[in-house]
Design a protein around this ligand. Structure first.
Ligand code: AMP
Ligand code: MG
Length: 417
């Protein structure tokens, strides 16, 4: 399914779009682009479910015992005093039901997972029972239905077990297996091409020429994308030449469902990514009221979405997490992911004016507080390494005083280590 050609168009006249608005736009305009395929259960880890799964059976399928003990009819017990019941021959165990009927005044041995025999509704546990031969004795106070798991208490046949758009992890696989389902419809993995632009960039492992720096973005962006469960394709480093960037965009779009580029994304002289994307006709420079982050260039090459991120590694990291990440999930068929946030107490103060969202590299102190990195300089990769999450200061928020509550987004909530 191809995206509409104008999916990144911005309303005319908008200059600085609030983050929330930009995200709502992305969310509304993007849709799954990957094919649907059927995979066996054991190949489904990390895949995105393409259709709802309805439970073909109830779980548990029948009432059964939650403990080892004796099954009985609660109505046949006395109101108070010592209870005394006669045991039936036989027992109910997991996988081996008791075939008979338990009469009032009787009980039958039952083990955890054993189906409740006809005539019983409650289980008195071993620890509460004195047994002598075929007689059991226990105190009063057993509740009706005690230690019994109800049929369907986990899920009822016909109910939706998992919704389309769920990314499948261990718990989901258990759910699917528990329902006896051996194969399922998932989205083919999203293929994401990544390249860096910049004449100044050298490859790690190579010697630096004067004026060069190492490409710090490609490894980071490949890992950020990989952590979202997509297939990543490394398209290398591209010099700041229009023809080279045009070729690189075409090649990347040809074999991928989405392209992520760093550098050259704002409107400057050497910003060939944004220029090439506008030449292709379907580009919008999103001037987002966010720090860090310069204009984000969103465009399409042959209907494949291209995310032009800032070259500055910290800005690229933050823009990826805030914008590219949910977009990739949506393109992959997954539900729009809302990152996990915790309210924590600011152990810092920060100058801020209302009118833009700010993301601070931050570290939870394990005692309900959060610190911010010593420097706001957005070029410092050391701040990314030091931090274990981001504090988001909302668009309308002003100065932050020490002791105020701020929202902390741990990197783990974005799938990162
Ligand atoms: P740009 O967005 O291309 O104008 O780049 C902004 C800043 O980020 C410049 O200082 C670049 O040298 C730097 N930069 C761009 N790409 C990378 C990269 N892949 N690794 C490290 N720094 C980069
Ligand atoms: Mg550049």
């Amino acid at each position: 399914m191809a995206l509409r050609n104008d999916c990144f168009a911005l309303p005319a006249g908008v200059s600085w779009t609030p983050v929330e608005e930009a995200l709502a736009d992305l969310r509304a305009r993007l849709s799954p682009v990957t094919a649907v395929e059927t995979v066996p259960l054991d190949g489904a880890q990390g895949m995105v479910l393409a259709s709802d799964i309805a439970a073909p059976v109830s779980l548990p399928p029948a009432d059964n015992a939650a403990v080892d003990g004796y099954a009985l009819a609660h109505a046949s017990l006395g109101a108070e005093g010592e209870q005394r019941l006669v045991l039936c021959e036989g027992r109910a165990a997991a996988g081996a039901p008791f075939g008979g009927i338990v009469a009032p005044g009787q009980a039958v041995r039952i083990l955890t997972g054993g189906v409740m025999p006809a005539g019983t509704d409650s289980v008195v546990m071993d620890e509460d029972v004195d047994r002598e031969g075929s007689i059991i004795r226990f105190g009063s106070g057993l509740k009706p239905g005690a230690n019994r798991r109800r049929a369907g208490e986990d899920i009822n046949a016909g109910d939706t077990a998992l919704a389309a758009g769920t990314r499948l992890g261990p718990a989901h696989l258990s759910r699917i297996a528990s329902l006896g389902i051996a194969s399922l419809e998932v989205h083919a993995p999203l293929r994401v091409a990544v390249f860096s632009t910049g004449d100044e960039l050298a490859e790690p492992g190579e010697a630096l020429s004067p004026g060069q720096i190492y490409d710090a973005n490609r490894a980071m962006l490949l890992a950020l994308a990989g952590a979202q469960g997509v297939v990543t394709l490394d398209h290398g480093r591209i010099p700041d030449r229009p023809a080279a960037i045009a070729d690189a965009l075409a090649a990347a779009a040809h074999g991928a469902d989405a392209v992520i580029v760093s550098g050259g994304a704002s409107g400057g002289d050497e910003d060939h990514v944004s220029r090439e994307l506008s030449r292709s006709g379907a580009m919008a420079l999103w001037r987002i009221a966010m720090k860090p982050g310069r204009p984000l260039a969103l465009g399409q090459i042959d209907s494949v979405p291209v995310f032009g991120l800032p070259g500055n590694p910290v800005a690229a990291f933050v823009c990826f997490l805030i914008f590219a990440r949910p977009a990739l999930h949506r393109l992959a068929g997954a539900a729009w992911p809302e990152p996990v946030a915790y309210p924590l107490t600011a152990r810092f103060s920060a100058k801020k004016k209302p009118g833009r969202t700010e993301l601070l590299r931050a570290r939870a102190d394990g005692a309900g507080g959060v610190e911010k990195f010593r420097s706001d300089g957005s070029g410092l990769i050391g701040g990314l390494v030091w931090s274990d999450g981001l504090v988001m200061l909302e668009h309308d928020r002003g100065v932050v005083e020490e002791g105020e509550t701020v929202r902390f987004f741990p990197y783990a909530g974005f799938g990162l280590v």
